[in-house]
Write a protein that binds this ligand. Structure first.
Ligand code: PMV
Length: 321
């Protein structure tokens, strides 16, 4: 056992999952397709101080009351390693936490990467994917770089990079419209939607069509087609949320204004599209040449508190041991 530090980056889904087919195993009811970023980073150090009585999680310097979402992946790896000694997990994010910016995905991916190295478990890719899944349905995607396809076929998982970041350089401009933590977690929200939204079955049954279109658009590097299907898929997911009982609405007035601004840019012929997850932040994907203009237009949108620029980046990796 040794101390080990890993980093991972958030990933944003262009074709989203919303709903679990197997709630106790935390298995998504559908496949998803995402891009992994580079400038936003979660860093996790795992160590085994002698005086520690139980596994302890410090997040952004604050001791957490419980291990929360990281408990199952942690227990899983410790069980495989047969090492029982309590570990100290110190995680930090260089961006707002639990605000719909995929900090749980990058946090969990960095944690299992550090823990695997510290415990010497040397898990295979497939085992890492399964361990990540115990923590969050999107975390496995942050293990991989560039364009990432997480395929779920009858509860079997397969996750891999389908196109490297360098092969199709795109930029992501994250417009943060609120840094408050969300009140309904995605895990809770998905269950509410599965049980109550009249649109949920159609969402699940028609999902593969969206996926096929997106996979074709990526293979052809067709920005317009990818943008069209990504926006449609995102809006469909938010309709499922909004038609749940109680309705789940993550958007705020600035979210709507950001979307309108993107639509305006598209009308002017700019290569941009948006996506929105379980939070009010708007993620804008654009071709690199348009990036500067997009940022200067988004900076003027009332309610945009912070803009984070990123390219596509690498999967989780050890940076220190
Ligand atoms: O598994 P979670 O809790 O990270 O949920 C992810 C939910 C969405 O971000 C809305 C969709 C997705 O596929 O990332």
């Amino acid at each position: 056992m040794k101390s080990s530090t890993a980093i991972a980056h958030p990933n944003f889904a262009l074709i989203k999952y919303w709903g679990k087919s197997n709630v106790s195993g935390n298995i998504p009811a559908m496949s998803s397709l995402a891009i992994t970023l580079d400038s936003m980073t979660s860093e996790t150090t795992v160590s085994f101080p002698n005086n520690l009585e139980q596994d302890t999680w410090m997040l952004n310097g604050v001791e957490q009351p419980s291990l929360g979402q990281i408990q199952l992946p942690c227990e899983h790896l410790k069980k495989i390693s047969q090492i029982d000694q309590p570990c100290l997990i110190e995680s930090s994010n260089n961006f707002p936490t639990a605000a719909g910016l995929a900090s749980s995905a990058s946090g969990i991916a960095s944690l299992i990467t550090a823990l695997d190295n510290a415990l010497g478990t040397k898990l295979s890719n497939q085992q890492m994917i399964e361990a990540a899944m115990l923590g969050s349905g999107s975390a496995a995607r942050s293990l991989f770089s560039g364009f990432v396809h997480l395929e779920v076929v009858q509860d079997q998982l397969n996750c891999a990079t389908i196109l490297a970041a360098e092969e199709w350089p795109l930029n992501v401009i994250v417009c943060v419209t609120s840094t408050k933590q969300k009140t309904i977690s995605s895990r809770q929200g998905m269950e509410i939607s599965r049980k109550t939204s009249p649109m949920y079955n159609d969402w699940v049954n028609n999902h593969q069509e969206d996926m096929e279109l997106a996979l074709h658009a990526i293979a052809a590097k067709n920005f317009e087609q990818l943008g069209k299907i990504a926006e449609q898929n995102c809006l469909k997911m938010h309709k499922v949320m909004k038609t749940s009982q109680p309705p789940i609405d993550y958007w705020n007035p600035a979210t709507y204004t950001c979307v309108e601004t993107v639509k305006d840019m598209q009308r002017k012929g700019m290569p941009v599209f948006f996506t929105i997850d379980a939070g009010p932040q708007v993620k804008i994907i654009c071709e690199p040449d348009a990036c500067k203009d997009v940022v200067s237009l988004m900076e003027k949108v009332p309610g945009v508190q912070l803009i984070i620029e990123s390219s596509l980046g690498k999967g989780a990796r050890i940076i220190h041991e």
